[in-house]
Design a protein around this ligand. Sequence first.
Ligand code: DX5
Ligand code: ZN
Length: 237
Amino acid sequence: MIRGMARDEAWVTEVQVCPSILAADFGAFRAQVGELLDAGARTFHVDVMDGHFVPVITFGHDVVAAIADDVHERGGALAVHMMVQEPERFAADYAKAGTDSFTIHIESTQHIHRALQIVEETGMVPGVTLNPGTPVALVAEAARYARNLLCMSVNPGWGGQAFIPASLERIAQLRALAGPGVGVEIDGGVAADTIVGTYEAGANRLTAGSAIYRQPDPGQAYLDLVEQVRSAGATIG
Ligand code: DX5
Ligand code: ZN
């Protein structure tokens, strides 16, 4: 297994448009990831759901393992978003499968400090996230121990939902909590009409599912989003 970019963590703070494979064809992950690698995407967002923390079940670490070499060989990274109860139980499996960053919900464990420590010990970049109804202040302490702060701009569980406008304020609050070397990610409803606002509010990892994979030409949809962010003054990593 090639653990590509985990050694150099600059990727966490680069401005990147990150395709979320939740919106991809589940029967063709490798091909659909390959298509986006060809278009220039490097960080892929992987949504793991357990049917408890959210009502939906998606997939587990074997899916990460199935795409990890392709992504790492091209200098890319795999950013796992755990929508799972007590996600720390699975950290070692995901690290072994080739995960580069492992982001967990503050609402999903009683012991967020210990959970982030467990993630750190595996060598993955630890991340913390929160549901749209959870005050940002609740992650202020955990943010000390995380290097990715993910702002959910929809309720976790489904792709294709509308961006919640208050998320822009929340991105700015998370950016204020982020020290040097810490990334701020936005996830949910990121599309042509919302992406620039999320970048301007302070997000650098701009995750988009439907706006890429549910378009007639996903590679071109990715490039169009990148171009929008570039026009707003960003250097894309
Ligand atoms: C939702 C997931 C998101 C999802 C976003 O629970 O966390 O990552 O893929 O999908 P879109 O971009 O379609 O809102
Ligand atoms: Zn996600």
